[in-house]
Design a protein around this ligand. Sequence first.
Ligand SMILES: Cc1cc2nc3c(=O)[nH]c(=O)nc-3n(C[C@H](O)[C@H](O)[C@H](O)COP(=O)(O)OP(=O)(O)OC[C@H]3O[C@@H](n4cnc5c(N)ncnc54)[C@H](O)[C@@H]3O)c2cc1C
Length: 535
Amino acid sequence: MTKKYDALVIGGGHNGLVCAFYLARAGLKVRVLERRHVVGGAAVTEEFHPGFRNSTASYTVSLLRPKVIADMKLHDRGFRIIERTISNFFPFENDYLKLGGGQTQAEFARFSKKDADSFPAYEAALERVAQVMRDLALKAPPNVGGGLPSLLAAASQGKRLAGMSIEAQRDVLDLFVKSARDFLDGWYENDCVKTAFAFDAVVGNYAGVSTPGSAYVLLHHVFGEVNGKYGAWGHSVGGMGAITQAMAAACIDAGVEISLDTPVAKVLVDGGRAAGVRLESGEELAAGILAANVGPAMLYRQMVDPSDLDGDFRRRMDGFKTGSGTFRMNVALSELPDFSVLRGKDKAEHHTAGIIIAPGMDYMDQAFDDARAFGWSKKPIVEMKLPTTVDDSLAPPGMHIASLFCQQFAPELPGGRSWDDHREEVADLIVDTVNDHAPNFKASVIARQIHSPLDLERKFGLIGGDIFHGRMSLDQLWAARPVLGHGDYRAPIKGLYMCGSGTHPGGGVTGAPGHNAAHAILADRSLIGRWLRRA
Ligand SMILES: Cc1cc2nc3c(=O)[nH]c(=O)nc-3n(C[C@H](O)[C@H](O)[C@H](O)COP(=O)(O)OP(=O)(O)OC[C@H]3O[C@@H](n4cnc5c(N)ncnc54)[C@H](O)[C@@H]3O)c2cc1C
């Protein structure tokens, strides 16, 4: 082996960068090894057509932890988030619904007076639980069998949960075990109102709104904040890549070495301890600490030699569920969409929102059922964002871009078919679906970039195209993410850690797994940490 480091980070996604930053800040010699020509992983800005740039995968911000933003001084490095004027716009067949911007209750009243009255209590209930999630996001879950530190973590986190009111504890139970439909049925009567919330439950979740556990994914999408406003989502000026470029600058200032176009092939283990990595080029690098930003499915199925893992762990990682069922397109547009239910091609507040085509609870369940039977639905769920309505740096003057984020597309097509043979036809269907609601849309498309689930895997290294590095189901959450006994970022090989979205608190641009993994690594190096882990 030629070069030696204190720590190597496998992958330069945002969590890899966050982890590297904290390690370097603590004085470690750190190198980030990134497969692509750009850092950021799923949070990047790229030119997808000459003159048109966009956040090519993830596209909207909320979950990024304020502590990470402050510690990395991201605001000083160009990080700026623009809040949405209204959060979401739902075109239905003959009507629409606007959410946010202080209009939600009045909008609900057009559909149901009773639901409008229920809204403040619903919002307060969700916020109570979201606040606990916020508190726990930057804490390592207690580890089963993890000794004294885990008992202390269990006691402190258990106290936080036990300190909640009985009403809030009931809400926690509901959100963790119920389907979004059952959960929302307990609050609302009108289908359009329920749809406005249920959509969050199927984002990155290959499930229907009636699938038990889907209520949790709804909650996952509201624990964030923008500029101090809880639950809000916003646009990163310059796209998501502006965030990760700022993170990379923070890393470099802290002394991190970042290597692009440097894919890792293997994790090297010596005497049961992590010893370094072998690059695809054949070069070997040595380090006693390895932090894997790649997901558990890639780490344990492709990078770690099976003989370095015990049989039970290997079997469970082979069964780790991936595949969020998402299809992602970027399109260049000559003009803004003109919606049949709310006319106008000039920029209006609904153009700045998340525009969601998912008209009804049954529509969303049907999309999932169709995807399981056929691979995708003839009536797909589409969220459209038009970033150029708030950030004109992304397209030539007068032109626009749209992010199309579509749910319920089978990770693997039934009948042995390949996404490579169907991606264009599905892209046409998605464009047609938007066109059904905004009849000028199809003719305004100048160019399009398509990411089927298979494209997401190939391009971003997301196994099964999973946007979260693994299902956000109850069996793969908190202390059980990725598996019970290793929820505290420590892999079963000494010196190997996990710092990506396949660990608590899961997917999204949060920075939390990177932050928490770095703290686990630093704790293991400290005298007290070593003593505690032996106790
Ligand atoms: C289409 C899509 C839309 C999304 N939308 C949103 C959104 O709007 N808002 C939000 O908050 N979240 C969104 N997400 C989720 C969020 O982007 C991810 O959960 C998050 O970015 C993952 O960050 P990470 O650092 O954990 O992993 P990643 O970003 O996946 O980083 C892993 C890194 O490892 C690298 N890598 C892979 N293989 C190797 C190798 N062999 N050697 C070296 N490096 C390797 C990858 O190139 C990548 O840079 C979306 C994700 C996708 C894919």
